[in-house]
Design a binder for this molecule. Structure first.
Ligand code: NAD
Length: 295
C-alpha cells in the first residue's frame, strides 16, 4: 500500500482522505484548520505540522483546496520536497491556466502530475462514488488511477495538462444553464396552470429530459431525493455554481470561445448569490426565476 500525503481536509478533502485510510493506505494529512486536522486524526490519518512535512517520503500527494492561488501556493511549497518520480494529484476545481502552471512546476522537479477535479459533491466524497476528470500524461494517469479508484467510481482520462479542469467547467456550465432552463419551464408551467407532476411526467420522457430535471428536479415532489424536498439545503451550493460559471467565463475569454448562455447563467447565479442566497442549493435558483416575473 502507498504512503499518501493529503493536503486540504475540508468538506470534500476530509472524507476523501478518510476513504484512503479505509482502503489501507498510510495517509499523512495537513490542513491549516486545527479542527480539520483533528477530524483526520480521528479518521486514522497521521498529522503533519506543515504541507512540506506531510509530503516527505510520500509516493502520492493529493491536494483538495479552494482555488488556483491556494493550489499554486501549496504546490510551490511541496513539489521541491517530493521524491523524484513520485506523483502529485490536484482534485480542487481551479482555472485551467493555474492547473497548467502547476503541471509545469511538477515537471521541472521530475514529479508526475495529474489534475483530477471531481463531481459528486460531499455525498460522493463520503461514499467514495466521485467522478474524477483527469488531465496529464498517460504514465501519470496510470499511476493516479488506482488511488482515485479508492475515492470514486468513475475515472476518466480527458487529455493532457489541464484537460480535467476543462472538462469540469464545461460540464458545470451545462449544469448551470440546464438548471435555469428547467426552472423557467416549471415557472411558466405554474403560470399556465400545469401541475409540477404533469410537466415532469411529460418532459422527463421527452426531448426536455436532462439531469437537472430527472435527478435534481428544482420543485418538490417528482424526485423525492432532490434538495427541493429539503428546503434547498445543499447539495451543491449556489456560491460554488457562481465559482464554476466564473471559471468557465474566464476560460471562454482566454480561449476566444463564445458562450452567451454561460455568461447569462453566471449573471443570474451572481444576483442570487448577491441576494444572500449563496448557501442555498443551486436548484433554489427557481425561487429567483419566479421573482423575476413582471420585472
Ligand atoms: P473547503 O473550503 O471545505 O475546504 C478547503 C480546505 O483547504 C479547508 O479546510 C482549508 O483550511 C484548506 N486550505 C486552504 N489553504 C490551505 C493551505 N495553504 N494548506 C493547507 N490547507 C489549506 O472546500 P471543499 O468544499 O472541500 O472544496 C474543495 C475543492 O473542491 C474546491 O476547489 C471546490 O470548488 C471543489 N468541489 C467542491 C464540491 C462540494 O460540493 N463542496 C464539489 C465539487 C468540487
Amino acid at each position: 500500500m502507498a504512503t499518501i500525503a493529503f493536503i486540504g481536509l475540508g468538506n470534500m478533502g476530509g472524507p476523501m482522505a478518510a476513504n484512503l485510510v479505509k482502503a489501507g493506505h498510510k495517509v499523512v494529512a495537513f490542513d491549516l484548520v486545527e479542527a480539520s486536522r483533528a477530524q483526520a486524526k480521528a479518521d486514522g490519518a497521521g498529522i503533519a505540522d506543515s504541507a512540506a512535512g506531510a509530503v516527505k517520503g510520500a509516493d502520492v500527494v493529493v491536494t483538495m483546496l479552494p482555488a488556483g492561488k491556494h493550489v499554486l501556493g501549496v504546490w510551490n511549497e511541496v513539489v521541491p520536497a517530493m521524491t523524484k518520480g513520485a506523483l502529485i494529484i490536484d482534485s480542487s476545481t481551479i482555472d485551467v491556466e493555474s492547473a497548467r502552471q502547476a503541471h509545469a512546476l511538477a515537471a521541472k522537479s521530475g514529479v508526475l502530475s495529474v489534475d483530477a477535479p471531481v463531481s459528486g459533491g460531499t455525498g460522493g466524497a463520503k461514499g467514495a462514488t466521485l467522478t474524477f476528470m483527469c488531465g496529464g500524461e498517460e504514465g501519470a494517469f496510470a499511476a493516479a488511477k488506482p488511488v482515485l479508484e479508492k475515492m470514486g467510481k468513475k475515472i476518466v482520462h480527458c487529455g493532457g495538462a489541464g484537460a480535467g479542469q476543462a472538462a469540469k467547467i464545461c460540464n458545470n456550465m451545462i449544469l448551470g444553464i440546464s438548471m435555469i432552463a428547467v426552472s423557467e419551464a416549471f415557472a411558466l408551467g405554474e403560470k399556465l396552470g400545469l401541475s409540477h407532476q404533469a410537466l415532469f411526467d411529460v418532459a422527463s420522457t421527452s426531448s426536455g429530459q436532462c439531469w437537472s430535471l430527472t435527478t435534481y428536479c428544482p420543485v418538490p415532489g417528482p424526485v423525492p431525493t432532490s434538495p427541493a424536498n429539503n428546503d434547498y439545503k445543499p447539495g451543491f451550493a449556489s456560491a460554488l455554481m457562481v465559482k464554476d460559471l466564473t471559471l468557465a467565463q474566464d476560460a471562454a475569454k482566454a480561449a476566444g470561445a463564445a458562450t452567451p448562455l454561460g455568461k447569462h447563467a453566471q449573471e443570474i447565479y451572481q444576483s442570487f448569490d448577491a441576494a444572500g442566497q449563496g448557501g442555498v442549493d443551486f436548484s433554489g435558483i427557481i425561487k429567483h426565476v419566479r421573482s423575476l416575473a413582471g420585472k
